[in-house]
Design a protein around this ligand. Structure first.
Ligand SMILES: C[S@@+](CC[C@H](N)C(=O)[O-])C[C@H]1O[C@@H](n2cnc3c(N)ncnc32)[C@H](O)[C@@H]1O
Length: 385
């Protein structure tokens, strides 16, 4: 089925609702993205890049991975060059970021490369094949684990856990403040159509989260609550012996995320590079995301022993990590004027604020067991550390 509204997954969801009653939006989103064989991420087809539905920074240009590699080298040094350092990338997708990071580390720092294991964790098992192909030159450094290994506490490492656009793809609950108090959005089946209705919150955790954040929604205001994110962070904190967690994603601190001006929340769908606001069309064929609540990650992280080392916009992170040095190297190394132009355009896209990726995306770096987490992103531009 192509663009139509009636996807095979829609039938499955309608039947499920008819059998068991309305489902929370989180359950609906989980099905849309991860239903085996039918969900957006769990069915065949290109998702990211020109032929897909959206771009991620790692698919814009290898310079994104090269800049992250600079910061990872710095982390290895800050930890006093442990003989084994793992980079654990969760939501590793097609493996492009992993390849760009390994290429850069291999070129620039053979000692660090020799200490490295790059572990890829991806919810969609079929991507392992393309990851292996793209990492062809680095297979002796690469390792794979299942999301369940992380969730069940089977991993333990010193190094850095990295994710790019992972947490925005976790299923969220949707709530709305009404005259009768906080209500949750449930997905319903009316004949052959999906709809929604309000019901009491499915779990007390929803109101608890808003209280934890000191947020009061205004009447008529809708918001998403990501209960999966802090649970995931707890498994990350448990797996990390010593080192860093680097989270790159779009989002805001809670006061901005839940500001009254965002009356309809931040839930968005992407289909072939266009934004779709209706989550009930093309279930399983369009991506669905919501902005990340960075306050919960920061606070919950502190409670779990993850100290906030740095939080800021992607463009500030990339500048600090060595954007100027990379730009000069790109200019010097480009074989043709076209290649040079491509490099400049990519940097522009990654750095540009006001609608570009530069300030839509935020970078959060948390540290565990690190006395002085002096990272490149902390340096004042134009000065060394
Ligand atoms: C928006 S894509 C980003 C892919 C890649 N990081 C990039 O920048 O291009 C999100 C990816 O996270 C994966 N994912 C979602 N939940 C996950 C989890 N709990 N563990 C591992 N991967 C997960 C999805 O299957 C999908 O490939």
């Amino acid at each position: 089925m192509e663009q139509g509204d009636d996807t095979p997954l829609k039938r499955v969801i309608l039947d499920r609702i008819k059998e068991s009653g309305p489902m929370t939006f989180a359950a609906y989103m989980a099905a849309c993205l991860y239903e085996p064989g039918l969900g957006y991420y769990t069915s065949p087809g290109r998702k990211v890049g020109a032929e897909g539905d959206f771009y991620t920074s790692s698919n814009v240009h290898a310079v994104f991975g090269r800049l992250i590699a600079r910061e990872l080298c710095r982390m290895w040094e800050v930890l006093e060059k442990p003989v084994r350092f793992e980079i654990v990338e969760v939501g590793a997708g097609n493996g492009r970021l992993a390849r760009d990071i390994l290429d850069a580390v291999g070129e620039r720092n053979p000692d660090f490369y020799g200490a490295l294991t790059y572990r890829l964790i991806e919810a969609e098992p079929s991507l392992a094949q393309s990851q292996r192909e793209i990492l062809n030159g680095h297979l002796d450094r690469a390792a794979w684990s299942d999301p369940a290994d992380l969730a069940a506490g089977r991993l333990s490492f010193t190094g850095c856990l990295l994710s790019n656009e992972l947490i925005d793809a976790f299923p969220v609950h949707v709530v709305e403040m009404t005259a009768a108090g906080l209500r949750e959005v449930y997905v319903t089946a009316a004949g052959d159509e999906l709809g929604e209705e309000f019901g009491p919150p499915s779990t007390a955790e929803l109101e608890e989260r808003l209280r934890y954040l000191g947020i009061t929604l205004h009447q008529g205001q809708r918001a998403e609550i990501n209960l999966a994110a802090p649970r995931w962070l707890a498994s990350v904190a448990r797996a990390l012996d010593r080192g860093f967690v680097m989270t790159i994603d779009y989002g805001y601190p809670a006061t901005e995320l839940y500001a009254p001006m965002r009356k309809n929340g931040t839930l968005l769908c992407y289909y072939r590079h266009t934004v779709e606001e209706n989550p009930y069309v093309r279930p399983g064929l369009q991506d669905m995301t919501s902005h990340v609540d960075f306050t919960t990650l920061v606070r919950r992280g502190e409670e779990l022993g993850l100290k906030t080392a740095w939080f800021g916009e992607q463009y500030r992170f990339l500048m600090g990590a060595g954007m100027m040095e990379e730009m000069l190297a790109m200019e010097a190394g480009a074989a043709t004027e076209e290649e040079r132009l491509k490099g400049r355009l990519a940097l522009k896209k990654l750095l540009l604020p006001d609608g570009g990726m530069g300030d839509t995306f935020m970078v959060l770096i948390q540290a565990k067991g690190v006395e002085r987490p002096e990272l490149l992103c902390m340096r004042e531009w134009g000065k060394g550390l």
